[in-house]
Design a binder for this molecule. Structure first.
Ligand code: FRU
Length: 473
């Protein structure tokens, strides 16, 4: 009761406070904690997005549940009751991440049941479990769970992603193993089934040689534009110059895959999918038109962001359509449905440095087009707080500096033709899409009052268009 009252006060104060960090058009829990996207799917005309959720506190996942929201356009989300509770012997340490297979008119939700063994080594084990639904709303755990015991792969075996090919079903799972000198290394296992219930290990898709760290979380594996994408979140990758600066990474390897030999042949090295501070644990699905859509948790472990004191924590990135680019790059663009969230034009036209544009509700979509031969600086400012995004023509880099500790993220980028940026601001988040989406930055920032945007003194844009965004969540 007391917990409920306190969380009500936090939620109430969120809507009345001047520096409301709650997003206007990104999915965030109505209260409590959110991490990874789970069970992302299109079922009976509706997008379902489940997520790692603590309904009781915003200060951490606790014994994690599956939250649930639905939408028909990726922007207007409706919150639904908690979908999966940690209430069985095989998941009483948390209903961990997983995915949804839509097959024969039903939803099959595969997830990891985490079990804690306090004071023991290892202190947890992880089982794969199944829940099904006929309508997408009433969800029941399978009585014969767990469906994968995985005793030889313990203690870290999690985050099943399932797909169907022909009359077979396939699953990728994140795992770790002991290398030759007994170091712990990450890997991704492929499993196979003929009936969705009984699974057998088929192959090892990828193993870390040490450079990619000790554990691979949230694997996803799919065909895109003639090749295969292995998308995952490695833990323990060491920083290298401007790369791998977040606590954990999310990225992909483009390659080829043979269903006959069950082998994945990489064509390129691992690349980070996003270059900002807050992008983790991606999951993809096919939209109603068959396009591959990715969404990520726009946050990072161990951050303690100030929104926790407003009764919520964590949010999802925009849904982004993926295309295969050159040199092992993935191109990301906000889904077309973004139209549903667009508000009115606040400013448009040739824009010189120094002109200050005040945002409405600290929220905007900004298009910038400028000469590739000049540097460009954009400042996103509130009273005591500033984010600077810069294109440096000499270096061919983009830098996002959000101030404070661990302020800077940078990567190489040169425009092909005109410099074009799309920037999305939403109360406490910034997403930058460069050019055709070959480089993106997703970072949280925490304004202390009304937010405005301006170009740096030396900068000029042939066109800068700033729109307000609607409140859709
Ligand atoms: C990734 C992750 C997953 C796990 C879940 C637990 O952020 O660690 O590997 O299933 O979060 O909440």
């Amino acid at each position: 009761m007391i917990i409920k009252l306190i969380s009500f006060i936090f939620v109430y104060s969120r809507f009345t406070s001047a520096n409301n960090l709650y997003p206007n058009y990104h999915l965030s829990p109505d209260r409590g904690w959110m991490n990874d996207p789970n069970g992302f799917c299109f079922f009976n005309g509706v997008y379902h997005l489940f997520y790692q959720h603590n309904p009781y506190s915003s200060y951490g996942p606790g014994i994690v549940h599956w939250g649930h929201a639905v939408s028909t356009d990726f922007f207007h989300w409706k919150h639904l009751p908690v979908a999966l509770n940690p209430d069985q012997w095989y998941d009483d340490g948390g209903v961990f991440s997983g995915s949804c297979l839509v097959d024969a008119g039903k939803m099959y939700l595969y997830y990891t049941g985490n079990v804690n063994h306090e004071g023991e080594t290892p202190d947890h084990s992880q089982y794969q479990a199944l829940a099904t639904s006929d309508d997408g709303y009433n969800i029941a755990k399978y009585e014969m769970n767990p469906i994968i015991n995985g005793s030889e792969f313990q203690p870290d075996l999690r985050d099943p992603k399932i797909w169907k090919h022909g009359d077979k079903y396939y699953m990728v799972l994140g795992n770790s193993f002991k290398g030759e000198s007994n170091e712990t290394l990450g890997r991704i296992l492929l499993w196979e089934s003929s009936d969705k219930i009984n699974w057998e290990k088929a192959s090892i898709l990828l193993e870390s040689d040490g450079r990619l760290g000790y554990m691979f979380e949230c694997p996803d594996f799919f065909e895109l534009d003639g090749h295969w994408v292995l998308l995952f979140s490695p833990q323990g990758v060491k920083p290298e110059g401007d790369k791998y600066k977040n606590l954990y990474q999310t990225g992909h390897i483009i390659g080829d895959f043979s269903y006959d030999t069950k082998t994945f042949t990489p064509l390129y090295e691992f690349q980070e999918l996003d270059h900002g501070h807050d992008f983790y644990a991606t999951q993809t699905t096919l939209d109603e038109y068959g396009s591959r859509i990715v969404i990520a948790w726009m946050d990072m472990w161990d951050q303690n962001y100030p929104e926790m004191d407003q009764g919520f924590a964590g949010q999802m990135t925009l849904a982004r359509r993926l295309k295969l680019g050159k040199n092992g790059i993935l191109l990301q663009k906000p889904v077309k449905d973004i139209d549903a969230a667009r508000g009115r034009v606040l400013h448009t036209g040739l824009t010189r440095g120094g002109k200050v544009i005040k945002l409405v509700n600290n929220t905007a979509e900004i298009f910038i087009r400028s000469s590739p031969l000049q540097n460009l600086d954009v400042f996103i400012e509130s009273e005591g707080n500033q984010v600077q995004i810069s294109y440096n023509r000499q270096e061919g880099t983009i830098t996002l500096d959000r101030g404070g500790k661990d302020a800077v993220r940078r990567t190489n980028w040169r425009p092909l033709g005109k410099l074009t940026w799309r920037l999305y601001i939403d109360s406490s988040s910034i997403e930058l899409f460069c050019g055709n989406g070959e480089v993106t930055f997703s970072s949280r920032f925490f304004p202390t009052g009304p937010v405005s945007i301006r170009l740096g003194r030396q900068s000029i844009a042939d066109n800068m268009t700033v729109r307000s965004m609607k409140q859709t969540v």
